[in-house]
Design a binder for this molecule. Structure first.
Ligand SMILES: [Zn+2]
Length: 385
């Protein structure tokens, strides 16, 4: 069904918007099934192209106005604009963490109220909901949507574009899945991964161990130092997650590697951890250390989401959504970038469900209409504020 845009027709009341979305649920579920079964693993450019084309067609069909496909090094992004006078940016991503072929064993399925499939919760359902929600309000004239191709792998090829559109519009809604019980996400930790590479010298562990430089012994010390960088009282976690060393049981290892997951709430903690990581010094004579990585997603501070959450609360009440919560979470998203450049950002505007990135990933079909109405209602309120 094509919805013709008109800037003169009245935008529906909250209850009218919700009723319209309820009528659309069968259509949304059908399109969600098509979208999920396409499969769009991060960095699989060929499949991301198919997925981007599908989305562009869906925009044209549902919004009555085509989207632009923007090529990117990690796959194409899809950008839809209601006009050249936009005041709200809705951000999403069409890549998923699931490898190609996942639908062979786990295709899109519906069982009662539960829809399952790879990438359905993070975040294909959120994208479908937002497109339908927007199509029902005339205020979509002042809204744009940017669906990127590489969020799950750090947004390297989309970050600049996201930041530019965020600055141009001045308010950002992110379609990441909601938190427990459908809560919105008003703050996110900054996230980074570091790699510590240790070089030593191999020697025979039985004949002349003294001639070796043991990278594993060096690793053991560095792990302790890295762990000590955490400041739980400030929300900073520093967690060694992967380590390798050596390759034969009778050889002094000449190489070792540590991967470290870092999460921070405070911008100054990002700077501190980056500095301390870069200053790690070897203790074993002759060993060398090379550190790479950074906190590539800066923290999304609560102040970025607070104001917009107030708007969302009002809209939720009008729609009859009870007890909407706003929570701080540890994971990062593209909302971290937009909040860090000072643009008010509200995240978790996507699907209600659970099991993101896992085999139990699912969404609740009974929430699709109200969430579609919520994202459109909040966008409308921001356009008219
Ligand atoms: Zn996501």
């Amino acid at each position: 069904m094509a919805i013709t845009q008109s800037t003169t027709a009245a935008s529906p009341s909250p209850s009218g918007l919700l009723a319209e979305m309820q009528l659309r649920v069968p259509q949304m579920v059908e399109q969600l099934g098509e979208f999920v079964n396409l499969e769009s693993p991060s960095l699989n450019v060929e499949h991301l192209q198919v997925s981007a084309k599908y989305l562009a067609k869906l925009f044209a069909k549902v919004m009555g106005k085509p989207a632009e496909i923007i090529p990117g090094a990690n796959g194409p992004h899809v950008h839809w604009k209601g006009s050249d006078d936009t005041k709200v940016l809705i951000v999403g991503h069409h890549d998923t963490v699931f490898s190609l072929g996942t639908t062979a064993t786990r295709p899109f399925s519906v069982e009662g109220d539960i829809a399952r499939g790879p990438g359905i919760f993070d975040m294909k359902a959120g994208i479908i909901q937002a497109i339908h929600g927007l199509s029902a309000i005339r205020d979509s004239y002042h809204v744009e949507m940017l669906i990127t191709a590489d969020e799950e792998v750090g947004s390297e090829s989309s970050r600049e574009l996201i930041e530019a559109r965020a600055r141009a519009t001045g308010a950002v809604l992110v379609l990441e899945p909601s938190a427990d019980g459908g809560a919105l996400k008003i703050a996110r930790k900054g996230v980074g991964t570091f790699t510590v590479q240790i070089a030593g010298r191999a020697s025979h562990a039985g004949l002349e161990p003294e001639k070796g430089i043991n990278a594993l012994v060096e690793l053991a010390t560095q792990v302790q130092r890295i762990v000590a960088m955490a400041r739980p009282e400030l929300g900073t976690t520093v967690t060694p997650t992967v380590a390798t060393a050596g390759n034969a049981e009778n050889v002094v290892p000449d190489a070792a590697m540590i991967k470290v997951d870092v999460r921070v709430v405070l911008p100054e903690e990002k700077d501190r951890v980056e500095r301390e990581m870069s200053q790690l010094k070897p203790v074993v004579d002759g060993a060398t250390i090379k550190v790479s990585g950074c906190v590539n997603r800066p923290p999304m501070h609560e102040s970025a989401g607070r104001k917009l959450f107030g708007v969302a609360e009002t809209v939720a009440k009008e729609l009859g959504i009870k007890n909407l919560q706003g929570v701080a979470v540890g994971g990062g998203s593209d909302g971290n970038f937009t909040a860090a450049i000072g643009v008010p950002t509200l995240d978790g505007m996507g699907a209600v469900g659970g099991g993101a990135h896992g085999v139990s990933e699912h969404v609740l079909i009974s929430t699709m209409a109200e969430r579609a109405a919520l994202v459109a209602g909040v966008a409308r309120a921001l356009v008219n504020r």
